[in-house]
Write a protein that binds this ligand. Structure first.
Ligand code: AMP
Ligand code: FE
Ligand code: FE
Ligand code: ZN
Length: 266
């Protein structure tokens, strides 16, 4: 049987629309053999997701996606094979989630001052038990008819630097890498092609990052070749995935389309 690993995806534990059970089932149907569930600031999908993987015959790697910033750019760090029972790690994740709630409140307040009468409750209803993020705010704005599309929310209001943008608490990328390694995990720079300058990539390599997400829907073939080159040059590991959240345009084609074929990570 061929090996097909998608190492980046989200569930209802953060901003994905499928529960861990539904996601594992969909992955099986898409022909994936190995997946990493990488919710933002949450590992609440585990250990259940691993059990679902056993039921469906999919290897499920415990992962997480942490948020860092370099200057004003978001830098996301993926962690794989973490010990999700590590108390210090869980305390950090809980702290990040509480900070996300406070930041959602600040964004709602800003929206209200610019005559967008969305309520905090509507946002939290969208987030459910998952760690709340801007995607929930965007979806709530669409639900309530304040805008026509999810992307419009980012363009008009909540994108970085937008009129209702608020930073959330974030670690430095070095701290994120340290938190992951001290929890027994491997750290990877997520989707660097989106907004990570090469100087920042080099800084992270120096601070002990294990690998780079080379394959990602936002990457052009030139990005993939570029980051694969860096991985080879510095003896790093390569990862790749779909960053599947479900429910977005063309999402049905995404699962099973972005993957790595040999056992570079798993
Ligand atoms: P947060 O972690 O709450 O800051 O939300 C970040 C998430 O919002 C990212 O992981 C993306 O899924 C989404 N996002 C950020 N910027 C945009 C954008 N300009 N358009 C659409 N989605 C975006
Ligand atoms: Fe997300
Ligand atoms: Fe990300
Ligand atoms: Zn992601």
């Amino acid at each position: 049987m061929s090996f097909k690993a998608d190492l980046h995806m989200h569930t209802t534990c953060s901003d994905g629309i499928y529960s861990p059970y539904e996601l594992v089932k969909l992955c099986k149907q898409s022909g994936l053999t190995t997946i990493a569930i990488t919710d933002h600031d949450s590992m609440d999908a585990f250990p259940d997701a691993i059990q679902y993987g056993k039921e469906f015959g999919v290897e499920v790697i415990p992962g997480v996606e942490l948020s860092a910033m370099v200057e004003d750019k978001d830098v996301h760090i993926l962690g794989y094979f973490l010990d999700y029972t590590n108390q210090r790690l869980q305390e950090y994740l809980e702290f990040f989630r509480i900070e996300r709630i406070k930041r959602a409140e600040r964004i709602v307040a800003k929206l209200n001052t610019i005559n967008v009468p969305i309520t905090f409750d509507a946002v939290m209803e969208r987030a459910g038990k998952g760690s709340v993020g801007r995607p929930h705010i965007a979806s709530a704005l669409v639900d309530k008819g304040f805008i026509r599309s999810y992307h419009e929310a980012f363009e008009k209001f909540i994108g970085n630097g937008g009129p209702a943008f608020e930073k959330k608490f974030h670690l430095s990328p070095e701290e994120a890498i340290k938190l992951i390694s001290s929890s027994g995990g491997l750290s990877f720079l997520a989707h660097p092609g989106r907004y990570t300058p090469d100087e920042a990539v080099n800084r992270l390599i120096k601070s002990g990052m294990d690998g780079i997400e080379v394959i990602h829907p936002s990457h052009t073939p030139a990005h993939t070749a570029h980051y694969r080159g860096i991985v080879g040059e510095y003896y790093l590991l390569e990862s790749g995935g779909s960053d599947f959240h479900g429910g977005k345009k063309n999402d049905d084609d995404v699962l099973g389309s972005y993957y790595i074929e040999d056992e570079k990570v798993a």
